[in-house]
Design a protein around this ligand. Structure first.
Ligand SMILES: Cc1ncc(COP(=O)(O)O)c(C=O)c1O
Ligand SMILES: Nc1c(O)cccc1C(=O)C[C@H](N)C(=O)O
Length: 409
């Protein structure tokens, strides 16, 4: 594809108007929205209103007058279409890590007659650490970690809960949510999906796929801002029988009665713990409003085209540069990213950042590019490929200043 052909795709892109809703630094090609999404005007406005008007002038009254107390529900409502779930089954609360802990401990208590928690070897570290910790807390379960391709056959009658990232953070490989969930249910197991790299990236149908439990981040593809609150989903049938192990007062049936005895709220409200971080939630609420007019099938279609645009550089001009594409080529088997293996991924990533292309590096040898169709253009991907080709052809990445290992993100 030529740059002109990429520009022609942009001219007819049904999502093209959304780019103007974001505050993207001039000249930067941002391929890291899968780690931290950019600022939207709507998120900025919501945060400013929250700080200046609601906190500044409304003060404590804003819990009622600005509806702060309803924010976890309001944000959940905005996520319903993206998750393919009913709004009353979703809440925004805490972080992804904390939501994982809460739901997993609860699910294990329900499945106390079974021994194993099954997860993927090489899952995102927080999933591995918390899965280990949650099983230690209950003391009756052990964790089994198996490779991506072995998950389905490893599910048997001993498995209590399967904990999986739907899309793998490093490779971008996507599990078949419906098939894994079906297999788990056939064996009497529950499944807890981490949707950190799925929500806002790929079409989801939690209700249709009969998903039990899910969690995910607000700050990646959803663009809620650094450390934005996370979301959780609990299937309607499980809501009355699962108990939140961190029973804080915001999960109480009547928090403002200040009762001495905990009584869990009905439905998903019991998964709240303490006072929500209101400024973060208001930013997320603003960011989610951008999605109101977006069709996730348009997002998926454009993501596939952006992937092909970058893959064409790796297969073509960069074919001899030592990159190995690790993200599956089949669009339904992957998330919205391109990951390549290269022995010098770190300095190449640093040289690219200096050239205005922000991707990221994941140990030990992965160069990762997030594809975010709401604000990325086909020409951005084309330019990123061209700059990478230039860096490789010139050998600029070999420069000493790119070698220092400062792995902050
Ligand atoms: C799969 C996955 N789960 C969870 C997280 C993060 O969880 P938290 O927001 O609690 O740091 C990330 C990224 O940081 C992730 O990639
Ligand atoms: N959560 C992050 C953070 O607090 C700092 C830097 C990066 C992150 C990330 O989100 C990493 C991300 N989950 C990943 O896929 O690698």
């Amino acid at each position: 594809m030529s740059r002109e052909e990429a520009a022609a795709l942009d001219a007819v892109d049904p999502l093209r108007a959304h780019r103007d809703q974001f505050e993207l630094p001039e000249g930067m090609i941002y391929l890291d929205g899968n780690s931290l999404g950019p600022l939207s005007h709507a998120a900025r406005d919501a945060a400013q209103t929250c700080i200046g008007d609601e906190w500044g002038r409304g003060l404590i009254r804003s819990w009622n007058t600005a509806g702060w107390v309803d924010l976890p529900q309001r944000c959940g409502r905005r996520l319903a279409d993206l998750l393919g779930a009913a709004e009353q089954d979703i809440r925004v609360a805490d972080s992804t890590s904390i939501n994982l802990y809460k739901l997993l401990v609860a699910a294990l208590a329900l499945q106390s007659g079974r021994r194993t928690v099954l997860t993927e070897a090489g899952n995102f570290p927080t999933d591995l650490y918390i899965t280990d910790a949650a099983t230690r807390a209950g003391a009756t379960h052990g964790v089994r970690r198996v490779a991506f391709d072995e998950i389905e056959q490893a599910i048997d009658e001993t498995v209590a809960v399967v904990v999986l990232s739907h899309v793998h953070y490093r490779t971008g490989a996507r599990h078949d949510m419906a098939a894994v969930t079906r297999r788990a249910h056939a064996c009497g197991a529950l499944v807890l999906w981490d949707l950190a790299h799925s929500a806002g990236a790929v079409p989801l149908n939690l209700a249709g796929d009969d998903v039990d439990l899910a969690i995910g981040c607000g700050y990646k593809f959803l663009n809620g801002g650094p450390g934005a609150p996370a979301f959780l989903y609990v299937a309607p049938g499980l809501q009355p029988v699962l108990e939140n192990p961190i029973c804080g007062w915001f999960g109480h049936a009547r928090p403002f009665e200040f009762d001495d005895v905990y009584e869990p709220a009905a439905g998903v409200d019991r998964w709240q713990v303490g006072t929500p971080g209101v400024i973060g939630m208001r930013s997320l609420e603003g960011a989610l409003s951008v999605w109101d007019s977006v069709s996730i099938s348009d997002v998926a279609e454009k993501s596939a085209a952006l992937f092909d645009g970058l893959a064409a550089w790796i297969d073509g001009p960069l074919a001899d540069a030592g990159f190995e594409l690790v993200t599956p080529r089949d669009p339904v088997r992957r998330g919205s990213q391109v990951s390549c293996r290269h022995p010098d991924a770190w300095p190449i990533c640093q040289a690219l950042i200096e050239a205005g292309v922000i991707g990221d590096f994941r140990t030990p040898d992965i160069l990762r590019f997030g594809l975010t169709p709401l604000y990325l253009r086909h020409v951005d991907v084309w330019d990123a490929g061209a700059r990478l080709a230039q860096i490789m052809a010139s050998g600029r990445w070999r420069d000493a200043r790119f070698q220092a290992q400062q792995r902050v993100t």
